[in-house]
Design a protein around this ligand. Structure first.
Ligand code: PDD
Length: 285
């Protein structure tokens, strides 16, 4: 079965789906995106992803290409046409097509919208969570507004590649003061020796993950103590547990940081319990 994409008003087989070469998303990475988990064919936390999308668009002064209800219908239709049971739906909105000029295009230029969806390997993801993953650290090199979910991801691409080349799943950005900001495509967490769950405060320096928000609810639901503050790489290496969160990975235990085992080198109890309970706190639509 060939995959189907939605591109500016049309549902097309991926091989025929294309954008104009003067699309500003292509030329300037002038656009934003969202990734939602699809589970049992339903979108997880669509409402929260739509709210963050509206925030990203408004910070960059890009218009919504259609109403939220119409966009929701497109997302569900792309999931349906691709027969996604467990996987992701991806949406990207750009500032539209215009003759190349850095400044904004003429008022009224229509924003571009692309939506794709695909199945993922559920068994492989579960096995990865049971074994835990390795992360490596890289210097923070991104711009100062990574709270906007922009498609400008070059530092993230380079960081993820550095992780791959070192046999790790994720790279953690570390700022000039030794503090972990977040992963290249996930939020970063630790559990301290005295059982506190720590993740960086959601300021301009991290993307405020939707998974992060729901995990905070799960933490409260389990009666655990949460601290929203920066933690250093050293603190992470000495922690009892570490884990990462994102829409596609949910909660994924980290068992090694820069080659050093975290805790006893196996997935921790807190991360495992939060992964198990995650969908009790998420919304499906
Ligand atoms: N990544 N931080 C960064 C830099 C991210 O790219 C992501 C998500 C997150 C977690 O956000 P959420 O919980 O809303 O997925 C944090 C997506 C999944 C991606 O780029 O594929």
């Amino acid at each position: 079965m060939s995959r189907i994409a939605y591109v500016n008003g049309r549902y097309l087989p991926l091989a025929q789906a294309s954008v104009n070469i003067e699309d500003r998303g292509y030329q300037f990475s002038d656009g934003v995106y969202e990734v939602c988990e699809v589970r049992g064919g339903r979108l997880i936390d669509e409402r929260r992803h739509m709210a963050r999308l509206a925030f990203s668009l408004s910070e960059l002064r890009i218009a919504m290409p259609m109403s939220e209800a119409a966009l929701s219908a497109v997302l569900h239709e792309v999931v349906r046409r691709n027969r996604v049971r467990w996987g992701i739906v991806y949406l990207q909105i750009g500032r539209g097509v215009a003759r190349r000029d850095h400044a904004f295009p003429p008022a009224g230029t229509a924003p571009s919208l692309v939506v794709t969806a695909r199945n993922m390997d559920f068994a492989a993801a579960e096995a990865m969570a049971e074994n835990g993953v390795a992360v490596v650290s890289v210097p923070e090199s991104r711009w100062a507004r990574v709270d906007i979910k922009s498609v400008s991801l070059l530092p993230n691409v380079l960081a993820k590649q550095a992780a791959r080349e070192q046999g790790a799943r994720e790279a953690w950005f570390v700022d000039s003061e030794g503090r972990v900001t977040e992963g290249s495509s996930s939020n970063a967490w630790i559990v301290t020796r005295d059982g506190k769950v720590v993740t960086r405060q959601a300021d301009h320096g991290i993307l405020k993950g939707i998974t992060r928000t729901v995990v905070i609810a799960a933490i409260a639901g389990q009666g655990l103590k949460l601290e929203e503050r920066a933690f250093t790489l050293k603190e992470a290496q000495e922690a009892r547990e570490a884990f990462i969160t994102s829409a596609s990975q949910i909660v994924l235990p980290v068992v090694k940081i820069d080659g050093k085992p975290v805790g006893n080198g196996a997935p921790g109890l807190v991360a495992t319990a939060l992964r198990r309970d995650f969908h009790l706190h998420a919304e499906a639509s």
